[in-house]
Design a protein around this ligand. Structure first.
Ligand SMILES: [Zn+2]
Length: 199
């Protein structure tokens, strides 16, 4: 594969895959429950999968590390409505809904980043209380490419933290979908304002 990806095949818009050494690909919560048919379905959530698979293929080709975060909640998690939180029960540890999307081509050496696994704490950002930053520093990563679900919640929080931590942070816009469609552009504007590069 060349560095320039097959623009237009997945999302109708040309885009370039420009991965290089010291980059990392971060896939946020591409899980069954966030896709149509799941417990907390995001409109078009599964449409991110072919886009991100193209990025994964480029990452494997370029020997760029792939990190995949997952929401991994205990059954009594505080974010669930029955515990007084904002969300329906979703991504319960070990359930099919918590699995990565079955068509996501995660490489065998992808680093899984688990979050939201304590009952008393939610973690929207894949950096929050995880070893993601350490994993990136260990690999001397300087530049992040982030996609996944949901654009306006966990992807947003992860991208904002990426900038705060000093990484050059890119959003793979075609590889995200928001849980609230009316938040899509507001969230993009906020990320751009913070220094995230919107690809
Ligand atoms: Zn959650």
């Amino acid at each position: 594969m060349s560095l320039c990806g097959p623009g237009g095949q997945s999302n109708g818009a040309a885009y370039e895959l420009h991965l290089a050494p010291r980059d990392a690909l971060i896939l946020v919560d591409v899980q069954q429950d966030f896709c149509p048919g799941g417990a907390l379905p995001i409109d078009g959530g599964d449409a991110v999968v072919p886009v991100l698979n193209t990025w994964i293929a480029a990452a494997v080709e370029q020997n760029v590390p792939v990190f995949a975060s997952r929401d991994w909640h205990p059954i009594d998690h505080l974010s669930f409505t029955r515990s007084g939180g904002p969300w329906p029960v979703h991504c319960v540890q070990g359930t099919p809904g918590a699995a990565f999307h079955h068509r996501l081509d995660l490489p065998d050496d992808a680093v899984v980043v688990t979050k939201g696994d304590r009952p008393d704490r939610d973690q929207y950002s894949a950096f929050d209380g995880t070893r993601l930053e350490a994993g990136l520093r260990d690999r001397q990563v300087q530049r992040l490419f982030i996609g996944g679900l949901a654009q306006d919640v966990c992807v947003r929080a992860t991208a904002l933290d990426g900038v705060k931590l000093g990484f050059e942070t890119h959003l793979i816009e075609a590889g995200t979908r928001p849980v609230s469609s009316d938040q899509r552009w507001r969230s993009i504007a906020e990320m751009r304002e913070a220094g995230v590069i919107i690809d």
